[in-house]
Design a binder for this molecule. Sequence first.
Ligand SMILES: Cc1ncc(COP(=O)(O)O)c(C=O)c1O
Length: 494
Amino acid sequence: MAFLNNLLSKIATNDGHGENSPYFDGWKAYDSDPFHSTDNPQGVIQMGLAENLLSFDLVQEWILQNPKASICTSEGVNGFKDTAIFQDYHGLPEFRNAIAKFMAKVRGNTVTFDPDRVVMSGGATGAHETLAFCLADPGDAFLVPTPYYPGFDRDLRWRTGVKLLPVVCESSSGFKITREGLEAAYQKALDSNINVKGLIITNPSNPLGTILDRDTLQSLVDFINEKNIHLICDEIYAATVFTKPMYVSIAEILEEDKKCNRHLIHMVYSLSKDMGFPGFRIGIIYSYNDSVVNTARKMSSFGLVSTQTQQLIASMLSDEKFIDRYVYESRKRLAARHGVFTRGLMQVRVGNLQSNAGLFFWMDLRRLLKEPTFEAEMDLWRIIINEVKLNVSPGSSFHCSEPGWFRVCYANMDNETMRIALRRIKKFVLQTDEREVAAKKQTWHKDLKLNLSFRRCDDAILKTPRMVTPHMMSPHMTASPHSPLASPLVRARN
Ligand SMILES: Cc1ncc(COP(=O)(O)O)c(C=O)c1O
């Protein structure tokens, strides 16, 4: 194998694609034993895939009502030839217009987008790589707040030779991006002689499901302006924000902040999440920098959206009544699903980071770790995937700085599968708690026995006329924090 690899390029043989990670291993585990309600009811339920399947019925309805939008129908066949021969990397004007309008709509029409700045790419995946090629040289780096989407390791680094440097965010502040964290990461890069070319954020965040507030966004814009580096904002979950606080796009900040150098700012968008169409590979680069728009457009030849897809999407997104209904309904269904899952987990005392967007939430299983280490997190993850048969993704695969967090996707399954998934995880947590309580009870009994024998010993000592000094008292004489009585679970049961 090594001999064969010598014949290939460094890119082909290095593992910079980042696929050797539990994030992708979980998908493989699912693929080898996929859950099916009748054919394989004991199989693995896929909760590691950020798909949005909750509102597909509405899309299917629209397709049936609009046969002309599909060129392979008798109503649409007249458009077949023109569609088949069109190949311009600017894309169909009606497609770019519809995308620009849709981007504004899902951001509450608080901003407008110029269709001439809309550049196509093969999904957000392609958009990120194209931007990395436009903005950085091999060896240069982008700062990325943690935890972050594992695909970035592939999309931004693999073929470009660009580095990603983590900006550590911590659970104690709700994983907020702080100025101190940014400065520390920037300084670390300087100390290592690494040229920082930009900062990448996802808003809403994958994996946290949270959104950035206006002040944080403004502070990020200030930071990149001061350092004269780029800001890439991945906003591919913009339409999934299902409850307050209201979403603020980077485009709004730019419109308000007249001092900011807008040439440093670039957005990544896609219809993979907001419309649930990852298969169509509709990615968008929206840059405020003319040179980046021009270069990215030339590069887009490597990852165009097919004209057939552009045509269908242009037609669908231009149907305002449909889009209004879809976006409203999709948010409502996501909110309901998020609520059922998070409330269900609270019943077994499993918390999650408070969130209001995305197709997932960030589950806190720190209390189930044997010890607060990433090894213990992996041990727990293996149990969840192999025994509980749920593919949730461990925080370490998102470069989280603290062990015990897991991303749970909830919008890629039907209601019945969701109920089974919830039942499985609740049962697992209860059993783990029960085992824990039993183990603690045992230790407690042992301690008690020991205490009694100590007491007998103390009694004997006391019977002899000697002073008892504090250090002679057994530490077990006070109620141990490990006593089963200290566990709220036991108290509730009793
Ligand atoms: C934050 C983020 N960016 C980019 C992508 C890739 O999206 P696409 O399917 O449009 O390539 C994903 C997919 O999960 C994502 O979560």
